[in-house]
Design a binder for this molecule. Structure first.
Ligand code: TRP
Length: 460
């Protein structure tokens, strides 16, 4: 297929550069913030087990499906479906992805803003001394409940995202991810080793690996599935967009599986860092979205040069979040640039600005405004941020994943997708499983989870 002039696009410089950038999209707050608190709320080991099953059985096929759609068409999600299924309703799946990317970015940037706030606190030495679990919780609650802090931090983060995405793919995204992702991994490893060696930490390790099957409910399955898709940046076309920037030289299987593997490794490391630290300091695993922010400051002081570790941790967490927000904004911008002929710079500023507007209720819903904070007796069952997290992160991604599987398996066809994955005959181990997984097992499993929670009314 020849690519029209106006759709010639930036390319990744190398396979490693691509893997690091796609892993940069996948690895983010989903691994360090969302995975541990969701695992904590859903019973620990039982959740982890279902999560791992979802990553392998659903994550890998959907990852390869999305990458192959993107690279075959070299287009944004809407354009990609338009090329492969002209005159059909399939481009609406791409449109759902663009909307979902916008929705995720609007709450994600609030949490990403918290990391900037914590970077400042760590830098100012607020976690230098012996911070108890109660003190740590108070610091967090105070910060997120301050309207000026919440709004300012969100705005700072969206601004950073816009500034990178303006510069296009290989200049900004690839260059940043290349250096910073490996540094982040090493830091995480050090902090995990420290957490595991704390007195009382083994209870936390046990929490992560205690596979109690009786704890698996519909809600646990839904959370694990949503978490797997969210963490791997799947179900909304982010990986279609990434695939579209890949040159035609190499196969996709190695790259796709490397991204899945590294993302999962980082999530598990985060779990083995946070739960041991939490149990060692007597915290509550079901604490919810504040879990990482409250837990980590209680262990920095037990390390030599603790303040330095604190600063490095929040700096790198912020950067990991940035490589993810970049990919979310990139999906929306790529759509406007390719399909609507917008200028990239303008698209970045307009989408960034609108996103801030939608982020305001999420930023204010953590104590600053009763109206958006939800809870007992309120018009909202939960705070606005948690609600957005569930709507876009669990439901919308699951529906998107089903549709992408059905598209690859039944409309575009498995053979065409496999040909793209195995460019140059790259050998793909177990490739015979790809067809049955993407045609039957993945869509049926995701649909079963959705139907089950609707029937049993375990929506949240
Ligand atoms: N995967 C990222 C994380 O774990 C978040 C993210 C970036 C994302 N792009 C996405 C999630 C696209 C879903 C879809 O932090």
């Amino acid at each position: 297929m020849s690519i029209p002039e106006n759709l010639q696009r930036g390319n990744f410089g190398s396979r490693l550069g691509f893997i690091l950038a796609a892993a940069g999209s996948a690895i983010g707050l989903g691994n360090i913030w969302r995975f541990p608190y969701t695992a904590g709320q859903n019973g620990g080991g039982a959740f982890v087990l279902v999560y791992l099953a979802c990553v392998i059985l659903i994550g890998i096929p959907v990852m390869l499906g999305e990458l192959s759609i993107g690279r075959a068409t070299q287009r944004n999600p809407v354009g990609a479906f338009r090329v492969l299924a002209p005159g059909s309703a399939w481009p609406l799946v791409g449109a759902l992805g663009v909307i979902t990317g916008f929705g995720i970015l609007a709450f994600y940037s609030v949490v990403a803003g918290w990391t900037v706030g914590y970077l400042y606190k760590a830098f100012m030495g607020q976690f230098g001394g012996d911070v108890t679990a109660e003190q740590s919780a108070a610091i967090f609650t105070e910060m997120i409940a301050s309207p000026s802090a919440a709004l300012l931090l969100t705005a700072i983060f969206l601004l950073l995202t816009v500034l990178v995405v303006r510069r296009g793919v290989s200049g900004g995204i690839e260059a940043a991810a290349r250096v910073l992702m490996p540094v982040f991994f090493v830091l995480l490893l050090v902090l995990t080793l420290r957490a595991i060696s704390l007195p009382g930490a083994m209870e936390g390790v046990r929490f992560m690996i205690d596979f109690d099957f009786s704890k698996i409910t519909g809600a646990v399955a839904m959370s694990a599935l949503g978490q797997a898709l969210f963490s791997l940046s799947l179900g909304m076309g982010a990986m279609i967009t990434f695939g579209s920037y890949l040159p035609r030289r190499e196969g996709l299987a190695f790259s796709g599986v490397s991204v899945v593997f590294s993302d999962t490794l980082i999530a598990l490391l985060a779990g083995f860092m946070i739960f041991p630290a939490l149990f060692a300091t007597g915290g509550d695993p079901t604490a919810g979205p504040g879990l990482v922010f409250v837990t980590m400051p209680t262990i920095f002081h037990s390390l030599p040069a603790g303040q330095l570790f604190g600063v490095a941790f929040y700096a790198l967490l912020g950067i990991a979040a940035l490589t993810s927000t970049i990919s979310l904004l990139e999906v929306v911008v790529a759509y406007l640039v390719d399909q609507r002929n917008w200028n990239r710079n303008m698209a970045c500023w307009v989408v960034g600005g609108l996103c801030f507007v939608l982020a305001v209720p999420s930023a204010l819903g953590n104590g600053a405004s009763n109206f958006w904070s939800g809870g007992e007796g309120s018009w909202l069952a939960m705070d606005f941020l948690s609600l957005q997290n569930i709507i876009w992160g669990n439901y919308s991604l699951s529906i998107g994943a089903i549709l992408i599987c059905l598209f690859v398996g039944w409309r575009w066809r498995v053979r065409a997708s496999l040909e793209e994955i195995q460019t140059n005959g790259e050998p793909v181990p177990m490739f015979g499983l790809y067809g049955p997984l993407i045609r039957f097992i993945c869509p049926l499993a995701v649909a079963a989870v959705l139907v089950f929670i609707i029937v049993t009314r375990q929506y949240f």
